[in-house]
Each structure stands twice: as C-alpha cells, then as structure tokens.
Design a protein around this ligand. Structure first.
Ligand SMILES: Cc1ncc(COP(=O)(O)O)c(C=O)c1O
Length: 326
C-alpha cells in the first residue's frame, strides 16, 4: 500500500530529473516533466497515470520531436525538416520546428481531417496531402516525404525507423516514470504504435528496477485486429483494421524493442473508446482512445492483482477526438 509520502512524490513535478534536452525556449521548455496522477477510479493510488497529455501539443510525441530535432538541427546542417504523419507526430514536429527556426514540410494521406491539417498549418508547416495508396506506391505519403526530404536537403524525422524515437523515451520519459513511481511500481502499461514510447520507457524502467533488485512487468497494448502482438508471439498475422488512432500496426518495426516487453494484450476498438469515454465522464479525465485502451488494461491488471502498483501511460488528451468519442 503506498504511503502518503510516496503518493505526494508521485504527483510532484519538482522531484523529476532535468530534461536531457535543456532549452531556454519558453514554449519548448514546457515539454516533458509531466505529472503522474492516481486514477480516480482506483483506490489508494494503485493505478497511476503518466499524463503525457500535458505536453504542449497534448501528446508524448512532443518529446521525440524535441529530442530528435534539437540534436539534428544543432550544428546547422539542416534548415528544413520533413515527416510523414497524419497524427500527433505531425503537430509535434511542426511546433518544435517552428520554435527551432526550421521550415517544416509534412505529408499525410488523403482523408486526414481538416482539423488536423489546420493544426499542422497553424505552426507554419507546409502540408502535402497524398493519395490513399498502398505503402509500396511511389505516391504513398511516406515515399513522398522521402522524396521531399531529398529535394530540399532536409532532415527526415522517420519515426518508424529512427532509433532516436525509442532512444528519446529511454533518456527522458522512462527516467521520469522511474523517478515518480520507481519506489513501488510493479507494472508499466502503454499502447504501442511505432513502439517508441513503451520500448524506450520500458528499457529505462527495467534497468533501474534491476539495479534496485526488483522487477517491473511491462505490458504492451495492441489493437485486436493488428499485428504487433502477433509478431511478438510469433503467431500468424491477421488482417489489420482499427479505428483507434496511434494504436497497432501491420507488423514489427525496428522501433519496437520486444526484449523489454513481457506481455502484449489486445483491446477491441469498442473497449478503447468506451474506456476513454468513461475516464472523461466518470472521472473528469479527457483522454484519447489509445490511452483508453492502455487504461483498460491497467484496470484489468489492478483488479487481478490487488497488491500491484500499475503505471499506465496516457499517450494523449481527448480534445482532438470529441467528434468520434461522444
Ligand atoms: C494517440 C497515440 N497513441 C499511441 C501512440 C503509440 O506511440 P508509439 O508510436 O510511441 O508507440 C501514438 C503514436 O503515434 C499515438 O499518436
């Protein structure tokens, strides 16, 4: 059972280690250092939420944009950055590029909502909408991003392959999680897309736990019709299909460090959306559906293991999903 002192330190941002990407910029310095809150639906702080929704663009992707771009742009070799993304990474890259004084070009598939494109443009990014074609087609938005990066001698963020994606979470997010909850945490739970968030955080937490003579069980969350968990278990792939943004993928990626993940659980789209709705309606926590998926697994673990102290990462806030959530 956590003591009052532990709960206090779990919530206090002042106990966190400094950012590995220090900055004087008033906007960029707001990235990271996110609070960890006891989920109001579970007594005694047994389920803690790492609130990545408190980052400036409301997701943990601000951290990888900050880490990757501040290092890539440091020596002046690039003045333009390019990324293929229709999701949180697009907004995060657009914001960080804006503050670091770089031009930003983003590609996204047809069908990306006008709100999201507007968000990218709000930070000054140039946005190219590409046809919705197979990933091996030259007009696919990732192929277009690669071409644009070459044409502009620009830096390509490449979150699906760049080892700095999990690397930033190893150096930053995982360290914060351990500082906030390491004293008592037994489980770490997060949704996976590129896998960067959980892989890097898990590696850091597991190393710290081992040094303390303990173990933390790491649980990755995949969509039901998705192939992160089938790849993890060595099962046959299933047809990929989920409405939960950011969650799940068609298969294993180099940014997924399975060595640091103990278990994968699959969550249906309905369960993910239902849990995100419940967090907002019952507990005043507006979160995105992928965070809803992770939270539902965190709740399952808490219910099954009354002595567990579970940390669930809340990848993003619910603001951008109100039209589909409610
Ligand atoms: C809303 C949301 N949830 C979860 C994820 C998964 O995070 P990661 O790509 O680090 O595995 C993403 C990634 O795009 C996301 O945007």
């Amino acid at each position: 059972m956590p003591t009052d002192a532990t709960l206090h330190s779990a919530q206090s941002p002042t106990t966190l280690p400094p950012s590995p990407f220090p900055t004087d910029d008033p906007i960029l310095s707001q990235i990271g250092n996110t609070p960890m809150l006891p989920y109001p639906g579970v007594a005694d702080g047994r389920l803690l939420c790492k609130m990545e929704s408190e980052n400036p663009t409301r997701s943990m992707k601000d951290r990888i944009a900050m880490g990757i771009l501040s290092e890539a742009l440091a020596d002046g070799a690039y003045d333009t950055v390019v990324e293929a993304s229709s999701g949180n990474t697009a907004g995060a890259v657009a914001l960080v590029a804006n503050r670091l004084g770089a031009s930003c070009i983003l590609t996204c598939p047809e069908g990306t909502s006008p709100d999201k494109i507007g968000y990218m443009k709000a930070f000054g990014a140039e946005v190219h909408t590409c046809p919705d074609v197979d990933s091996d087609h030259p007009d696919h938005y990732r192929a277009v991003a690669e071409r644009l990066a070459e044409e502009h001698d620009a830096f390509l963020v490449n979150q699906y392959y760049n080892q700095s994606n999990p690397g930033v979470h190893y150096r930053w997010t995982g360290r914060e999680i351990w500082a906030q909850a390491g004293a008592e945490m037994t489980h770490l739970v997060s949704a996976m897309g590129t896998g960067g968030l959980l892989s890097g955080s898990a590696r850091r937490v597991k190393e710290a736990a081992e040094a303390a003579g303990r173990n933390v069980t790491v649980v990755g969350v995949d969509a039901e019709h998705s192939n992160i968990s089938t790849a993890f278990r060595g099962d046959e792939p299933v047809p990929y299909n989920t409405r939960v943004e950011g969650l799940g993928k068609g298969g294993e990626l180099p940014t997924m460090w399975f060595d640091y993940i103990d278990e994968m659980r699959d969550v249906s789209d309905e369960q993910a959306f239902e849990q995100a709705r419940a967090a907002a309606q019952e507990h005043g926590m507006p979160i995105g559906p992928s965070a809803g998926a992770a939270l539902s697994v965190g709740l399952e673990i808490s219910a099954a293991h009354p002595d567990a102290r579970v940390v669930t990462i809340i990848c993003d806030g619910g603001e951008q999903y109100f039209d589909t959530l409610f």
